[in-house]
Design a protein around this ligand. Sequence first.
Ligand SMILES: [Zn+2]
Length: 268
Amino acid sequence: MSLENKYNLKSPGVKRLMREARELAEPTEEYFAHPLEDNLFEWHFTVRGPPSTEFEGGFYHGRILLPSQYPMQPPNIILLTPNGRFEVNKKICLSISGHHPESWQPSWSIRTALLALIAFMPTPAAGTIGSLDYTPEERQILAKKSINWECQICGKIAETLSSQSKSSNITQEEASLIQQIALKAEEDANRKEKSADKKEDSDETNVRQRVTINTPSAETINEPITDVIMETEVSINPSTVDQVFNVVVWVIVFVIVLLIGRRFFLLE
Ligand SMILES: [Zn+2]
């Protein structure tokens, strides 16, 4: 049965994925992605290792799992080719993938996720979920090996990408998005260094309190701390909102007191 007959074409997620499949049908030099023959919500992709990095010359293959609420929720990316940067067979943590749903925008796409993945590969692992800290030499060896890597479904992955240098026409929005993602990784790395130095400004204290509340024995483990940093990022906004709310309440109380006072004064 073809995909067209299998799915409800009125569903926004299905429509959207059909459109993305048409737009991505031609392999580019940097990436290629296609839905599985029998499942529109699972795609396989190949990306080329970014040039001038330890991934240069490598081909990396993986799965993209689309939630039923896509594009309202982000895709999950799972790498299958050993690469030394991300664990294989594990959902990886890009700031736009499933582990960080609060930063995903429905206007982003599978293409955006792949461009972000390519941009993200050379950034420091910094202990984020699913990240590996291999040396450049180990990564270069894996890049060479990846040329012969085969997917059980797609075959030899090095042959799935176009060899012609075609510009992939990155829009300005995509370029700034990709930059944001790289920056986010650096920020996270800096934060981790700070907390290792036990430098406790108010944010860090917050983080530490949460660590003790959520995971009593987590001081020495990397993963919970990363998770917790995400939580603080989320919780900064509500506390700012609270402060603004408090100020507004006090202004209202002040005005009421002023009005009452004025009335008494006028009555006398
Ligand atoms: Zn495949």
